[in-house]
Design a protein around this ligand. Structure first.
Ligand code: GTP
Ligand code: SPV
Ligand code: MN
Length: 599
C-alpha cells in the first residue's frame, strides 16, 4: 500500500499503553492514505465516552433523550437508505471463489482492496480518525480476539464502546502478539454506490465503506466474530455461531447452558432474556449472550461457549414490558437508539411498546407521526445498543474466560407451516441435518424481500465466511471429537393457524419447551419417536397456566402434515444441489432416511 507520509503527526497511544509496532504501523499506514485532520486513540474510559457523546451531540450525530426518564441515552437516525445489512454488497475476498462457496458473494482480494483503498484515499480529510482497539470475549480467555478498527464515524466509536470491551483492555490482551484483526471503516456519506463490506480472511482484514449501519460497521460483530471467526474456527477446530447462550436453573438445582441459533430478527434476544411464566416458581433463566457464541472443545469432551460481545444490539419493535421485561430494564439507560420514533420532549417509541403513545412524535425519517399514520413510526429494523451489564438477568458466568459447557443446541426459524413446536434430533448427525436445513421467512434485518422462506443453515447463511459445504462438514467433524456432545433440537415459535394467527404464545411460555429440552438432556423428559425426531410425549409439555385456547392449539402445533413435508423435502434438495459435491454425504443420507420414515 501507499508509502505516503501522513500530513499530520500520528500520535502514539496514550501513556501507559503497550502497543506492538504492527498496530502503530497499521494506524500510520491508514492515516497516510485517508489523510484525517486528526488521529485519536480511544482508551475506553468512561470520561472519554462522556466526551465523545458531547462531541457527537455537538455535531448533530446523536441527540440526548429526556435524561430524567432515559438517563445516559441518546437518539440517532441513519441515512434512510442505510437501515440494515446489505448482503449483495457483503463480500468474502478469498484467493479463489470456490473457497467462499456458492452461498457467499465473492470478490477478488487484490481488485477489491485496490478499489476500496481508492475510495478511502483522502476520504478522512478534515475529519478525525478514531483508533478503536477492542476485545471480543472475556479478558484472559483463550478464545478472545483483538481487533483494531479505524473509523471516521463517531457513531461507530461510541457504539463500539457499548458493544465491545474497548480501549486499553484490548491492547493489554494483545500484549506483544501480532494476531489482531485490522478493520477499516469509511462512512463516505453513506453512498450506496460505494457501499461494500469486504472480508479478507487470509489477511485478518475487514474493509467497510459507504455505510454507517450497525451490522455493516461495528466490525467486531458480524464481520469479525462471525465471518472471519467462522473461517478461523474451520482452520483451528472451533465454532463461531449466530447463537444466543442462556443458563437455566431448575428448582431442584439442575443447571443447563443452552445455545440457540435463530436467523436475524427471529427471537434470540427474547429467548436469551426469557422470564419463566408464573407456574414456573423456582425456575431461573439468565443470559450469557444474545447473538454470537464462540465454542471450543474442552479437555473433558464437552463443548464450551463464550459470548464475545459486551452489549446487545437488539431489535426495538415488539420489545415491551409484556414481551421482554429484561430488555426493557436493559435499555432503560445508557442506550443508543437508532431509527425508532422520537417525541418532542425526548422520549423514544416504537411499534409494540406498551404504555401511552407519546405526543408529538416524529418517525424514524423525522416526519411527524401519529397513531393511524400509514407508515411505521419506527423502522422495523430499528435497534437499541445497550451495555449487557444493564441486564438484570445477566448470568454470573458471563465473564468466565473458560466459557460455559453447553448441554443443548437449538435451531429454529420463522415457519408459518410444516415445522412443529419442538423436535429432538436422534443423534449429532441428525441434529446437524436439522441445522443445515433450517429455513426461515426473511425479515427486515437485511435489505430485500420480506416473508419468503429461504434456507439459512444454522442461521449462518449471511455470516459464514467460507464454503457452506465445508462448514457443515466442520460441524460433523466437531461432533466426532466431542465425547459429551450437546443434544440438538429444532423449535418453531411461529407456526400459524388457518386464521393467520400464531398458534403458540411464545416469549415466556417458551420456558415450557425449554424445560422439556433440559429434561431430555438429563435423560428424564418423556419423548415419543416420530418420523421427524423425538417429540414431547403426551403430557410431557407442562401446560399449567396456559390459556385454554393455547392448550387447544397444541395438537395443531405438533401436527406433521405429509403434503407439507413432501414440499419441504423438495425445497431442502435445492440447498443440497447448490452445495454440489461439497454437501456432506451423511447429511444427504439423513434426508433419505427422513424421506423413508415419512413413507
Ligand atoms: P438479531 O438481533 O437480528 O440477530 O435478532 P434476534 O434473533 O435477537 O431477534 P429478537 O429476539 O430481537 O426478535 C425479533 C422479533 O421476533 C421481535 O419482533 C419479537 O417480538 C419476535 N419474537 C421473539 N420471540 C418470539 C416468540 O416467542 N413468539 C413470537 N410470535 N414472536 C417472537
Ligand atoms: C442481525 O442482523 O442478525 C443482527 C443485527 O444481529 S446486525 O448487527 O446489524 O447484523
Ligand atoms: Mn444477529
Amino acid at each position: 500500500m501507499s508509502a505516503a507520509q501522513p500530513t499530520i503527526a500520528v500520535p502514539t497511544p496514550p501513556q501507559g499503553y503497550a502497543c506492538p509496532l504492527a498496530v502503530l504501523n497499521w494506524v500510520r499506514e491508514i492515516a497516510a492514505l485517508a489523510q484525517p485532520a486528526e488521529v485519536r486513540w480511544l482508551d475506553g474510559s468512561y470520561l472519554e465516552y462522556a466526551t465523545l457523546l458531547q462531541l457527537a451531540q455537538a455535531q448533530g450525530v446523536i441527540q440526548p433523550l429526556d435524561q430524567s426518564r432515559w438517563p445516559g441515552s441518546y437518539y440517532s437516525r441513519s441515512h434512510p437508505s442505510d437501515v440494515a445489512r446489505i448482503e449483495e454488497r457483503t463480500v468474502i475476498c478469498t484467493p479463489t471463489a470456490d473457497e467462499a462457496g456458492p452461498t457467499n458473494h465473492w470478490a477478488d482480494p487484490a481488485e477489491m482492496k485496490t478499489r476500496l483503498m481508492g475510495y478511502i484515499a483522502g476520504a478522512f480529510a478534515g475529519k478525525t480518525m478514531y483508533v478503536v482497539p477492542y476485545l471480543m470475549g472475556p479478558p484472559g480467555s483463550r478464545l478472545a480476539k483483538v481487533g483494531i478498527e479505524l473509523t471516521d464515524s463517531i457513531y461507530v466509536a461510541i457504539s463500539m464502546r457499548v458493544m465491545t470491551r474497548m480501549g486499553r483492555v484490548a491492547l493489554d490482551q494483545l500484549g506483544s502478539s501480532l494476531e489482531f484483526n485490522r478493520g477499516l471503516h469509511a462512512t463516505l456519506g453513506c453512498d450506496l454506490e460505494r457501499r461494500w463490506i469486504a472480508h479478507f480472511p487470509q489477511e485478518n482484514l475487514i474493509l467497510s465503506t459507504g455505510s454507517n449501519y450497525g451490522g455493516n460497521v461495528l466490525l467486531g460483530k458480524k464481520c469479525l466474530a462471525l465471518r472471519i471467526g467462522s473461517w478461523l474456527g474451520h482452520r483451528q477446530g472451533w465454532l463461531a455461531e449466530h447463537m444466543l447462550i442462556l443458563k437455566v436453573e431448575s428448582p431442584t438445582g439442575e443447571v443447563n447452558f443452552v445455545a440457540a441459533a435463530f436467523p436475524s430478527a427471529c427471537g434470540k434476544t427474547n429467548f436469551a432474556m426469557l422470564i419463566p411464566p408464573k407456574a414456573y416458581q423456582g425456575w431461573k433463566v439468565t443470559t450469557i449472550g444474545d447473538d454470537i457464541a464462540w465454542m471450543r472443545i474442552g479437555a473433558d469432551g464437552r463443548l464450551y461457549a463464550i459470548n464475545p460481545e459486551n452489549g446487545y444490539f437488539g431489535v426495538a419493535p415488539g420489545t415491551s414490558h409484556a414481551s421482554n421485561p429484561n430488555a426493557m430494564a436493559t435499555l432503560a439507560r445508557d442506550t443508543i437508539f437508532t431509527n425508532v420514533g422520537l417525541s418532542a420532549d425526548g422520549a423514544v417509541w416504537w411499534e409494540g411498546l406498551d404504555g401511552p403513545i407519546p405526543e408529538n412524535l416524529k418517525d424514524w425519517k423525522g416526519n411527524p407521526w401519529k397513531p393511524g399514520s400509514p407508515e411505521k413510526c419506527a423502522h422495523p429494523n430499528s435497534r437499541f445498543a445497550s451495555p449487557m451489564i444493564n441486564n438484570p438477568a445477566l448470568a454470573a458466568e458471563v465473564n468466565d474466560p473458560n466459557g460455559v459447557p453447553i448441554s443443548a443446541i437449538i435451531f429454529g426459524g420463522r415457519r408459518a407451516t410444516t415445522y412443529p413446536l419442538v423436535i429432538q434430533a436422534f443423534n449429532w448427525t441428525h441434529g446437524v441435518y436439522l441445522g443445515a436445513t433450517l429455513g426461515s421467512e426473511t425479515t427486515a434485518a437485511a435489505a430485500g424481500t420480506l416473508g419468503q422462506v429461504r434456507r439459512d443453515p444454522m442461521a449462518m447463511l449471511p455470516f459464514c465466511g467460507y464454503h457452506m459445504g465445508d462448514y457443515l462438514n466442520h460441524w460433523l467433524h466437531i461432533g466426532r471429537k466431542l465425547s459429551h456432545p450437546p443434544r440438538i433440537f429444532h423449535v418453531n415459535w411461529f407456526r400459524k393457524g388457518t386464521d393467520g394467527k400464531f398458534l403458540w404464545p411464545g416469549f415466556g411460555d417458551n420456558m415450557r419447551v425449554l424445560e422439556w429440552i433440559c429434561a431430555r438432556t438429563h435423560g428424564h423428559g418423556l419423548g415419543e419417536e416420530t418420523p421427524l425426531g423425538w417429540m414431547p410425549a403426551e403430557g410431557a409439555l407442562r401446560t399449567d397456566g396456559l390459556a385454554p385456547a393455547d392448550i387447544a392449539n397444541l395438537a395443531k402445533i405438533q401436527a406433521i402434515d405429509k403434503a407439507e413435508w413432501d414440499r419441504e423435502l423438495e425445497l431442502q434438495s435445492e440447498l443440497f444441489q447448490h452445495l454440489g459435491d461439497r454437501m456432506p454425504k451423511p447429511l444427504i443420507y439423513e434426508r433419505e432416511l427422513l424421506k423413508a420414515r415419512l413413507g
